[in-house]
Ligand binder design. Structure first.
Ligand code: ATP
Ligand code: MG
Length: 384
């Protein structure tokens, strides 16, 4: 029987539930066309899935959309070629049109090939070095295409947008992006990514080019009742029953974070199937947690081993007790040392994506990693 749960990459169709409020909010901001949007959410809350769902609605309505993942490009040159290819492909699947559009970037001497990674793939001749003018021209293509070929709006979604900073050490990339984007009337942008703290700085610090340049959407957790209904429905679709108490436990243990909810549910499903039952027993959930921790144990161990002691101690404290601030009494209880040490360690853990912060404070982002951190280093019992 095929496992009805899926985790890892983005999801769609029957794997996608709720998000109606966030969907409407993103859809209406983009449809209204009054502002670009930056979307924040901690890791694995379902950002990519949601944005792709909104884009596919716009595509159905005839609005051309580009989804671009900045994590997939390792250099500025590669970004320019891949982004230009995506834009050309939007309107220029046919050879004639692509060659017509070549004039937009004539000094980069584009050459085209068809039917590869994109319907139209572009290569540029950068000469000695990539210049800010070349980048600005590539970014400017979107508006030209919207005006001259689409005769309407287009939407560009930049996933992992915080990564633009690392594309080139030489050019002031944020300033160049912002300069071009703010002139465009017919392109709507959605910026988002999994490193919330970096995006927040990009859009929230006065000295940064993108400061207050986009409407903000915060994607929270799905409503718990919908998470419970989702788990029960997916299991029922395979003829497996589950009672309220066990569904609630699955939602609670995964902290109602979509990725972990699907990961744990997937393990529970495996337990039930291997026991040849059609009902979830409490022991299945216990065994699923154990298996999940065992499967990821190497990765957890590597993560922990790579941390210096100050960060490890802080990770342990946050795993045991998430917190908003670090009063002396908390620091003492967890043997954290002075406030400045805690602060430095905290910044590092946030940068590494291990610690997330939200309204409730700082916590280990992955609830199962938090469990792994708290596991005793030794086991007591009969030695086999
Ligand atoms: N609406 C949803 N319904 C059900 N499951 C979801 C939903 N959104 C996300 N998920 C679960 O979370 C996983 C990650 O989703 P997605 O890649 O969209 O999240 P993300 O926030 O973009 O993650 P990251 O922070 O790693 O970029 C999916 O594989 C799926 O298991
Ligand atoms: Mg994502």
């Amino acid at each position: 029987m095929v496992n009805p749960f899926k985790y890892g990459r983005e999801v769609s169709g029957r794997q996608f539930y709720d998000r109606q409020e966030a969907f409407n909010s993103l859809y209406s901001k983009l449809a209204g066309g009054s502002a670009n949007v930056v979307m924040y959410a901690p890791r694995r809350y379902g950002k990519t899935s949601l944005v792709k769902k909104v884009l596919s609605r716009f595509s159905e309505e005839g609005v051309p959309c580009v989804y671009f993942d900045l994590n997939r490009v390792e250099s500025l040159e590669r970004f320019c070629e891949a982004y230009a290819s995506a834009l050309y492909s939007l309107v220029g699947g046919a050879k004639g049109i692509a060659h017509n559009l070549a004039e937009y970037l004539s000094h980069l001497h584009p050459t085209f090939s068809f039917g590869g990674e994109f319907p139209v793939s572009v290569k540029f001749d950068y000469g000695d070095k990539m210049s800010s003018t070349s980048l600005a021209e590539v970014l400017g293509m979107a508006e030209k295409i919207a005006v001259e070929h689409v005769h309407g709006s287009i939407i560009v979604a930049f996933d992992e947008f915080q990564e633009i900073k690392g594309l080139s050490p030489d050019l002031p990339l944020e300033g160049i992006f912002r300069g071009v984007i703010q002139e465009q009337q017919n392109v709507r942008y959605v910026f988002f990514g999994s490193k919330t703290h970096m995006l927040k700085r990009m859009f929230g610090e006065k000295s940064r080019p993108f400061y207050k340049s986009a409407a903000t959407i915060k994607l929270g957790k799905p409503p718990e009742d919908q998470s419970r209904a989702f788990v029960a429905e997916r299991l029922a679709s395979c003829g497996i029953g589950v009672d309220e108490a066990e569904v609630s436990r699955i939602v609670e243990i995964s902290e109602n974070i979509p990725y972990y909810l699907q990961e744990l549910s997937s393990q529970v499903f495996d337990q039930v199937v291997s026991a040849e039952r059609d009902w979830v027993e409490p022991a299945d959930v216990d065994a699923a947690i154990k298996d999940l921790l065992a499967e990821n144990a190497d990765w957890y161990f590597e993560q922990l081993k790579g941390l210096p002691p100050s960060q490890r101690v802080l990770a342990r404290a946050l795993a045991a007790e998430p917190v908003r601030e670090f009063p002396a009494e908390y620091r003492e209880r967890h043997a954290l040392g002075v406030s400045s040490t805690v602060h430095t360690a905290l910044l590092r853990l946030v940068d590494a994506g291990i610690v997330e912060s939200d309204e409730s404070g700082y916590r280990i982002g992955d609830p199962f990693f938090a469990r792994a951190i708290l596991m005793p280093p030794g086991e007591v019992g009969p030695v086999r």
